[in-house]
Design a protein around this ligand. Structure first.
Ligand SMILES: CC(C)(COP(=O)(O)OP(=O)(O)OC[C@H]1O[C@@H](n2cnc3c(N)ncnc32)[C@H](O)[C@@H]1OP(=O)(O)O)[C@@H](O)C(=O)NCCC(=O)NCCS
Length: 130
C-alpha cells in the first residue's frame, strides 16, 4: 500500500534508490535526501519503507513557491501518485500567491489537470552542476 508523508526524519539514502531516471548526471541518494530536507516542503510517497515518489517546493514561506522536482518511480507510475503528490503540495502551499513549475511539454497535461495554468517561461540549466 502506498502511503504519503511530509516528515522525512525516518528516511535514509538507502530508501531513495532509482530516481532521476534518464538524467545523465544526477544527485546520488545522499544529495537527493539533502535536497529534500533543505526544501521548504517535501511530500514523499512510500511503498513500505521504499520511497516511490516525491515532490519538493522551495519558497519565501509566504508569497511564492516553486516546485523544482516531482518524480514517481517507473514501477509506480500512472497510478495517480503524481497527482496525489501535487494535490498534497498545493494544500501545503495554500495561502500563497504564486506556485510555479517548469516542465516538459509532454507533462504539462498533468499539471493542467491539477489546477495549474499554462504560461511561457525562461530557464537556465547548468548541467555541470547536476
Ligand atoms: C510525471 C510523473 C511524476 C507522473 O506521475 P504519475 O504517478 O504517473 O502521475 P499520475 O498517475 O497522477 O498521472 C498520470 C498522468 O501523468 C502524465 N504522465 C505520466 N507519465 C507520463 C509520461 N511518461 N509521459 C507523458 N505523460 C506522462 C499523463 O498526463 C498521465 O495521464 P494519462 O495516463 O491519462 O496519460 C511521472 O511520470 C514521472 O516521474 N516522470 C518522470 C519525471 C518527470 O517528468 N517529472 C516531472 C517534472 S516537472
Amino acid at each position: 500500500m502506498v502511503t504519503y508523508a511530509l516528515n522525512l526524519s525516518d528516511i535514509s539514502p538507502q530508501y531513495l534508490q532509482g530516481f532521476f531516471v534518464g538524467w545523465p548526471n544526477h544527485p546520488n541518494p545522499e544529495k537527493h535526501l539533502q535536497i529534500l530536507r533543505n526544501s521548504y516542503r517535501t511530500w514523499i510517497a512510500k511503498d513500505g519503507n521504499q520511497v516511490v515518489g516525491f515532490i519538493n517546493a522551495i519558497s519565501d514561506g509566504m508569497y511564492s513557491a516553486y516546485i523544482p522536482l516531482l518524480e514517481v518511480l517507473p514501477s509506480h507510475q500512472r497510478l495517480g501518485i503524481g497527482s496525489k503528490l501535487i494535490q498534497l503540495m498545493l494544500n501545503e502551499l495554500n495561502g500563497m500567491y504564486s506556485i510555479d513549475v517548469c516542465c516538459d511539454q509532454k507533462i504539462l497535461k498533468l499539471y493542467l489537470r491539477n489546477g495549474f495554468s499554462g504560461c511561457s517561461g525562461a530557464i537556465i540549466r547548468r548541467y555541470q552542476n547536476q
